[in-house]
Design a protein around this ligand. Structure first.
Ligand code: NOJ
Ligand code: CA
Length: 727
């Protein structure tokens, strides 16, 4: 299409003419007309801004890259003495100036698609799109870089596209120069950016306060590449002083490093801080190449942000032909007892340094606390099967746990050989007879090369014994040394593991991997990630109440979390001498099955602890983990969340809520229920004197006849919550 015509029609349609006669602004509007974005070249620099109605959200912000060419064979010649002569490395090019716009095209898109699992059974994907084709002529040739924008009712997204057919087909990214100049010193809920982990508690502060509140030293990793000490992680939830909720994240993170956001306190400008590789460069690309989407979600209410599906919509449709083997899964685990310190993953303390293939476990002296032993596993199988669970996770089943993490050891686990007291064949058969599956555990100890070395055999072993889901993990510093968990190299590894698993019809739940960016739409066998501070920290010193009231705005924006809820015994000292305390109530734990959406939900506590509260455990047994509808009723980041959902399979409505350290009382309209029908609401709520620090197990279960015209009064204790089932 002819560029000038499009530009003119765009100006005519949106009356969006720049103040300066020389600057052509290209404008975009969301389908409902409420969001407006402009794109233009400011002295040759790609620039954009975003408004909600009359309100400015993003002030003019620059886009671009600093690139370096790569050494190619034509840059190398051989000297007479046989030595190698390298020409000067490509000196680098700034791709944030000197551009001209060659063409602008506009289009619209509107479809409804059905996720394999999710918070609803169908999702509308509706946006207006604009593609700006650009070129920059420099001494060493022409650089082509396009910007593709999509504007939805719930936000703006854009990505960079480097088409093929340019001289520099290979480029090294020195820096991505995307800016988000916030129109306001927004209030933000953030965790520090360390390129390595999301296992932090959140800080709530104005953007201008971020640098002073960031921890001075983030990590003791051996990486040679320093951390940007002024960056926070995405998805970053913010609130403007005028009440608009703004969230910045990325979608479809593929073959590219994870983005953190550097905060300039004075101007409240956020700019991309990409995770470096061990060599200090940010990434390598080969054209044609599209970056992940940079996303700015805008909502007038907190509940709208929670209901936004923009991140999923920006991902490619499902890449798997057959998805019949992917299913929502409720599971228990031989897990919490090790996390809390009651049992152990390893089998012996006979030897400290274990060499796979050489260590003789059969003659080693067991210390007697190995949890994954035949008898204990059978006990869990019996309980999980009796109460209708789909699967049982078992950790510590395989040899190598004697010296697993942070020993800089490449060849840690073989993912194949069980400890002598774990009869893999017999236990799988026993579980299958009882109608449940065992869930595999692959702790990689952050040695991805070793995992890839064994992956095919490890997945084949799962197929042989009938496992169809794996929990993988990446604890410790990544080997090779200096590589971060969120580097491009590791991003490629995580996706490789998901794709290889799909070939074996295996569902993946990766812990300590990069936080999700909606890739589960394309690869729905990615059923979960941890990638945030999960329940385990309740046994590592405790988590402040309110943590689970922010995660759905941030971590869960890109995909579900294996948060592992369901702890009923909060006094770990009484149980196993652990000084840590679980800062929640039993009803607070029940509420999480609604507020922390995941197609993979765990009942994390032990059979013994559930047996003491079978009436409350009933809710965990009943609650589904796949939904046809979801209604966010009320929420405020890091304060509280209330949601109602309709089970995809049982067609019943459920409602749950969680609160921070403040007790809260709500009167909730039940207008989400179908009209004209009567229901029995089974209500699980904190007792009036319940408290997440002092009286965690006090709850009241009651029933009430209700219809869509009624309201329910519900109480949440400090750090507590509620759950309701409508029968
Ligand atoms: C950390 C994971 O988050 C936890 O769930 C697991 O038990 C340990 N790593 C051991 O793999
Ligand atoms: Ca973890």
């Amino acid at each position: 299409m002819n560029f000038s015509k499009i530009a003119i029609s765009c100006f005519a349609a949106f009356a969006c003419i720049a103040a300066s006669a020389q600057v052509n602004k290209y404008c975009m509007e969301s389908p409902d007309g409420k969001l407006h974005a402009d794109f233009w070249l400011q002295d040759g620099c790609p620039t954009y801004s975003l408004n909600y109605g009359e309100t400015s959200v993003i002030l003019p912000s620059g886009l671009g890259f600093e690139m370096r060419g790569v050494l190619k064979s034509e840059d190398i010649s051989f000297a007479k003495d046989g030595g190698v002569i390298k020409k000067d490395l490509h000196p680098g090019i700034m791709l944030n100036g000197g551009f001209t716009v060659k063409e602008i095209t506009h289009s619209s898109f509107d479809e409804t698609w059905e996720p394999v699992w999710g918070e609803e059974s169908s999702i509308r994907n509706n946006y207006n799109e604009m593609l700006a084709v650009m070129e920059k002529c420099s001494n060493d040739g022409v650089y082509k870089m396009n910007m593709r924008f999509r504007i939805f009712n719930d936000g703006l997204a854009f990505r960079y596209e480097f088409p093929s057919g340019q001289k520099h087909g290979y480029m090294v990214i020195k820096d991505e120069l995307t800016q988000f100049h916030m129109a306001d010193d927004c209030f933000a809920w953030w965790i520090p950016g360390d390129y390595d982990s999301q296992e932090f508690e959140y800080t709530a502060s104005y953007l201008s306060e971020v640098p002073e509140k960031l921890p001075a030293s983030l990590r003791s990793n051996s990486s040679t590449t320093p951390v940007d000490n002024s960056s926070v992680q995405s998805s970053l939830q913010m609130k403007m002083r005028n009440g608009l909720y703004v969230n910045i994240h990325e979608a479809a993170l593929v073959e590219y490093p994870c983005m953190h956001l550097h905060v300039d306190a004075a101007s409240h400008t956020l700019s991309t801080a990409l995770t470096p590789g061990a060599d200090g460069w940010k990434g390598q690309i080969q054209t044609p190449f599209n970056t992940p989407w940079r996303t700015i979600q805008v909502a007038t209410k907190a509940t709208e942000q929670l209901a936004s599906r923009m991140i999923l919509n920006l991902n490619e449709p499902c890449a798997l032909e057959d998805v019949s083997w992917i299913h929502p899964t409720k599971y228990m685990g031989v897990w919490w007892e090790m996390i809390a310190g009651y049992g152990r993953w390893d089998y012996t303390t006979d030897f400290q340094t274990v060499k796979l293939g050489e260590s003789d476990y059969a003659s080693a002296k067991p210390h007697g606390k190995h949890s994954a032993n035949n008898e204990n596993v059978r006990k869990y199988i019996d309980f999980a099967a009796e109460h209708g669970f789909d699967q049982l996770l078992i950790e510590g089943w395989n040899i190598g746990w004697e010296d697993w993490a942070n020993c800089n050891k490449d060849y840690v686990f073989d993912f194949l050989t069980p400890y002598p007291d774990f009869d893999i064949k017999a236990l799988n058969e026993y579980a299958h007879e009882k109608g449940i599956k065992l869930m595999m555990h692959h702790e990689t100890s952050s040695s991805p090369r070793n995992y890839e070395r064994h992956m095919e055999a490890a997945y084949q072993l799962m197929n042989d014994y009938g496992y169809d889901a794996v929990k993988s993990g990446y604890v410790g510093n990544i080997l090779p040394e200096g590589m971060y968990h969120y580097s491009q190299w590791m991003i490629n590894h995580y996706l490789y593991a998901i794709k290889e698993a799909a070939k074996h019809k295996i569902m993946v739940n990766a812990h300590e991997a990069v936080r999700p960016t909606g890739l589960c739409r394309t690869y729905p066998n990615l059923v979960g990630n941890e990638s945030a501070m999960g329940t385990e920290y309740q046994a590592f010193g405790g988590i402040r109440p309110g943590h689970t009231c922010i995660l759905p705005f941030t971590r869960l924006n890109g995909g579900p979390m294996d948060y592992t809820p369901g702890i009923f015994e909060m006094d770990l000292k009484k149980w196993c001498g652990n000084d840590s305390h679980v800062n929640s109530t039993i009803c607070g734990q029940l509420g999480l099955y609604l507020t922390m959406y995941s197609p993979l939900q765990m009942a994390a506590d032990t059979p013994e602890h559930y047996m003491e509260h079978m009436d409350a455990f009933q809710f965990i047994k009943d609650v589904p983990c796949d939904w046809s509808e979801s209604r966010y009723i009320d929420a405020e980041p890091m304060d509280y969340i209330i949601v109602a959902r309709k089970g995809k399979e049982d067609g019943k409505w459920y409602m749950g809520g969680v609160t921070d350290e403040q007790a809260r009382d709500f009167t909730i309209k039940l207008d989400f229920l179908p009209e004209g029908e009567k229901f029995t609401a089974v209500i699980y709520q904190d007792a009036p004197d319940a408290d997440c620090f002092t009286n965690e197990q006090a709850y009241v279960i009651s029933t009430k006849k209700v219809s869509s015209k009624d309201k329910l009064k519900l109480h949440m204790a400090p750090g507590g919550g509620f759950a309701v089932q409508f029968k």
